[in-house]
Ligand binder design. Sequence first.
Ligand SMILES: [Zn+2]
Length: 183
Amino acid sequence: MKITQNDIILDSDPRIRLKSEEVELPLKDEDRELLQAMLEYVKNSQDEEIAQAEGLIPAVGIAAIQLGIPKQMLAVVVPDSDGIHEAALVNPKIISQSVQNAYLENGEGCLSVKDEHPGHVFRHARIKVRAYDLIQDKKVVLAASGYFAIALQHEIDHLSGVLFYDRIDTVNPWKEDEEAEVI
Ligand SMILES: [Zn+2]
């Protein structure tokens, strides 16, 4: 199974607002293949040569609903100063979160969003996520901070049909939070 750019649904498609269902564990073969393909898609999208050859838009994450499949699965690959953080999660739940916020200085983007939605998206600076991780092939509790934490929260939002621009302040989109970590 291989995911191409054409498989990705946009926010004009009402399915993007669906709430995704929990996935049965242990994973069925079809779910395993789907999640593996999602992880490959994200990795390939970050490889300049492959991305250009296959017409992929660079991304740090994808959720199954972005393929029109309402299952609680997501893949995230985030290059950071201390290495590459990657996760291929099933049924992820945020079990703790910092009071401190974090946000990307230039705002967020999304494979399913073509229009510009400028503004800061406040998220928790640090989170702990419980899930089954396909990469480690076991149930895990991931502690995430920085860009990795932001990417995870963006993808976990997709599982409840929430898009990044839902979280942008409509009156003052570039509002700041002095306590927040700016990335
Ligand atoms: Zn997205």
